[in-house]
Design a protein around this ligand. Sequence first.
Ligand code: RIB
Ligand code: CA
Length: 340
Amino acid sequence: MTAAVVAPTFVPVPAVPRTAPLGTVQNPLPLIIDSDPGLDDALAIGLAVARPELDLLAVTTVGGNADVRHCTTNALRLLDLYGASDVPVGEGSAGALFGEVVRATEIHGEAGIGSTVLPDASATARPEGAVDLIASILRSHPEPVAIAPIGPLTNIALLLRLHPHLGHRISHLCLMGGSVGEGNTTVSAEFNIYADPEAAAIVFESGIPITMMGLDVTHQAVLYPPASERLRGLGTRSGAVAAELADYALQREGQWYGTPRMSVHDAVAVAHLAIADLVDVAEYDVQVDTGSGPARGRTVCDGLPVRVDRKGRRMNAQVGIRIDRDRFEDVLVDAYSRLP
Ligand code: RIB
Ligand code: CA
């Protein structure tokens, strides 16, 4: 008897023109990254520093892959390594709004950066912390600012609750999280959403334009061992560190899939803001399950207009559905070729 393969019953949803803003070299996109560095976060931050289409205004940290103090130290040290120690870092929430603390140290290591020891940073975190740092930038920047949340959404939810009048100063939330299909932390839920479902629900119900780069597309954004050698072959400190982080992730994620691989989840969210046609997106109504059952943290993604209308809801997010893996790897290697 041959094993039957369950044919997913997902409704085919067409790719649509992107609504996320796009930076250009002539007009770099003002961007804040909210992050839990984090192996893939580290590559996403390097990509943001390297791309001339992005103007990285700040990195804020949130507890997720590791405890927030580690994430803050990692963010400061990575920016220093990338020659961007002038980018301010603000430390945010240590944990979720509700529920138990969820970590991913089995993938990212206890300190969130594998077994790599980065040199101390020259800068320190800003005293005002993540939410007030983001708020002050939103108030003062001459144009609305894009935010790329690539960790649990606790800081973004707190920002929206503490500064509801600043929502219109956020041009777009291009987040890594969720999935139309299965999760990774549980069969239902992807890590960033599972770590704080209540925060995610606040964000998806906020009305702010959202692009959700979920596992459906980020599991296509995979590096294999040759990519690590390409990074190491750049002969730079940043390239060497990126290769070291990738090697650690290749082994850790590889244990789950039987072959060395690294899904560079977070870099997909950042790349989309700098490159027009790297990621295909489709329109969905995304709701977050904040219950206490086996579906807690699931992003319930409905792409069928008649069903969404029937619920009296609307499509509230563009969701990544397709990326060219080879091109994505080239984008990462090219970015690191521009870093010290
Ligand atoms: O599920 C992947 C997400 O969880 C990524 O942001 C990774 O850094 C971890 O935080
Ligand atoms: Ca992350």
